[in-house]
Ligand binder design. Structure first.
Ligand code: NAP
Length: 320
């Protein structure tokens, strides 16, 4: 993607870095805001002035704790972000100060002046809002990798039919739309309030719950090629009941070993994929709805909303 130097954003002098942390496991109430000193980027790194960051269910699970989480406290929060490059480390030639970028980090995205590897971010086109940039990278990358792992045909006699659970959520929404673009037939589960949106994106809606298996059988009596779970155990059990082979079922929501299914899609940054996703959103081929946006300091309220569930698209925190 070419550089739009006329789109460079003016960068102000910075005095402190506001960081979201937690020092014990628990609900959104354990989140704290701390003011720390700003650090300079090292070789290969950038400092990014945050404009928006997406919340993910994984952030809540990690904050709530469990046997799989051994964190050193205080721990950071957040895995996807968008912002303005405000300082460039040695050896970084891909970016200049003032460029709009978006990407993923292992954790700690929720800080106003984040230092990260330059290899983790891509340019954010001027046509995309900060909120969309902040919420796109992790869910988009996860969806892209999960779908690609099944190498499904989109045309001809082998044209695949897939079922996606939580198809109106962050990952499910992107994955379902990517599949539709590739010519794959997509049946997606969501609550009735989201069915019209699914139809508008070329996805055939079904309701989750007890009737799902029968609904899918009625829509696709010839059978389903593969399934993508973005909700959990019950969805996976229903996919198996539909006769979908375990190697054709991918989950990003649970440990796959219990069912012998697959888990592809860890959200590891690939710049070409982020560029492609951004271009698809600019072109209107993929829509990433922003369910609600909260000011940066209201991060605990943002998580309370995320934890209540039943969202269409993303919750983001933003700052001016
Ligand atoms: N890299 C990774 O490994 C990675 C990255 C991102 C996400 N994930 C995981 O993937 C899962 C989905 O994440 P997300 O960000 O897409 O979630 P999300 O945006 O919060 O979406 C949740 C969706 O779940 C749906 N839902 C609620 N109850 C359901 C049920 N009983 N059956 C089926 N769907 C139901 C809701 O649909 P309605 O609103 O229509 O009720 C909602 O749209 C999470 O478990 C997350 O941790 C993994």
């Amino acid at each position: 993607m070419s550089r739009a130097y006329d789109a460079l954003v003016t960068v102000d002098a910075v005095s402190s870095n506001r960081v979201v942390t937690f020092s014990r496991f628990g609900g959104p109430d354990v989140l704290e805001l701390a003011d720390e000193s700003v650090t300079d980027p090292g070789p290969g790194q950038l400092r990014i002035a945050l404009r928006a960051a997406g919340l993910n269910p994984a952030d809540s699970k990690r904050r709530e704790g469990g046997p799989q989480y051994t964190l050193s406290f205080p721990a950071g929060v957040g895995r996807e972000l968008a912002g303005v490059v405000e300082a460039v480390g040695e050896d970084v030639s891909e970016f200049v100060v003032g460029e709009r970028v978006f990407g993923t980090v292992p954790d700690g995205a929720f800080q106003t002046h984040l230092v990260t590897e330059a290899s983790r971010v891509a340019r954010l086109p001027v046509e995309l809002s900060w909120a969309i940039g902040g919420g796109l990278a992790l869910v988009g990358q996860t969806a892209w990798d999960a779908l690609a792992s099944q190498a499904l045909a989109g045309r001809g006699q082998e044209r695949a039919t897939i079922v996606v659970s939580a198809a109106a959520g962050g990952v499910g929404g992107v994955l379902s739309q990517l599949a539709v673009l590739r010519g794959i037939r997509v049946i997606g589960s969501a609550s009735p309030a989201n069915h019209e949106w699914l139809r508008s994106r070329g996805i055939e809606p079904v309701s989750y719950g007890e009737g799902l298996v029968e609904e899918v059988r009625t829509l696709a009596p010839e059978g389903v090629t593969a399934a993508f779970d973005l909700h959990g155990r019950v969805s996976v059990q229903q996919f198996l009941e539909l006769g979908i082979p375990p190697h054709r079922i991918n989950t990003n929501a649970i440990d796959p070993s219990e069912f012998g299914i697959r888990r592809v899609g860890r959200g590891l940054t690939s710049i070409p994929t982020l560029d492609a996703l951004a271009a698809l959103v600019v072109g209107g081929d993929i829509e990433l709805p922003i369910a609600e946006s909260f000011p940066f300091d209201d991060v605990a309220d943002a998580f309370r909303r995320l934890d209540r569930g039943h969202l269409r698209g993303k919750i983001v925190i933003t700052r001016p």
